[in-house]
Ligand binder design. Sequence first.
Ligand SMILES: Cc1cc2nc3c(=O)[nH]c(=O)nc-3n(C[C@H](O)[C@H](O)[C@H](O)COP(=O)(O)O)c2cc1C
Length: 199
Amino acid sequence: MHVLTVLDHPNPASFSGAVAQHFMNGAKAAGHTVELADLHSEGFDPRWTMADVAGTPGPAIQREQDRIARADAICLVFPLYWWGMPAMMKGWVDKVWTWGWAYDQLDDPNRSLQKPRSGLLLVPAGAGADKVEAAGYRQALETAWIDGTFGYFGLAPRRLKLLCGATGSEQRRLGLLKQSYVAGETLAAPDAKPAQTDL
Ligand SMILES: Cc1cc2nc3c(=O)[nH]c(=O)nc-3n(C[C@H](O)[C@H](O)[C@H](O)COP(=O)(O)O)c2cc1C
């Protein structure tokens, strides 16, 4: 498979950067080809503009769509901020997954306009897993990202992996990096496209 990893972090030495690297190393070890969209170092502009409003997003967005078009699997890597995506990643999704290309008006993941792809979110979080579960945050993020975002784009299978305790001990962080490697190594192939009989 060809695997696109999209990274949102300004610090090349960040934990999120290491997560992306370990994930890609695992994917390569499994025989996949990899491509990295490093949004900060590439200077991606996440601001929603009048061109986006008009549906004429321009070459910078076309480049991102071309990256997606050649991928069989997509992995988004970003630190959890305020129980959501940091602005750079949010802007990338808002601007790149355009109406009429990524999805249409139908509220049905099985009617994606895109070819089948698998999708993964690898998300370092400061909080511990206990808190994330007990407070219902995991379920909220699953709903927003797995159903409300990856679902609309037709990514299947789709998976959220929260890397909880990412600001913890060195041992803890090494364990999370190992999990990131394994996530790349065991990355799921895309589901077959569902029949679209009633369009
Ligand atoms: C602006 C900001 C908001 C944050 N919000 C959350 C949060 O809502 N939940 C959480 O578990 N951690 C939160 N954190 C902690 C980050 O998720 C954590 O620092 C990050 O995953 C560590 O990875 P990094 O070194 O790659 O940045 C936040 C950190 C910052 C800077």
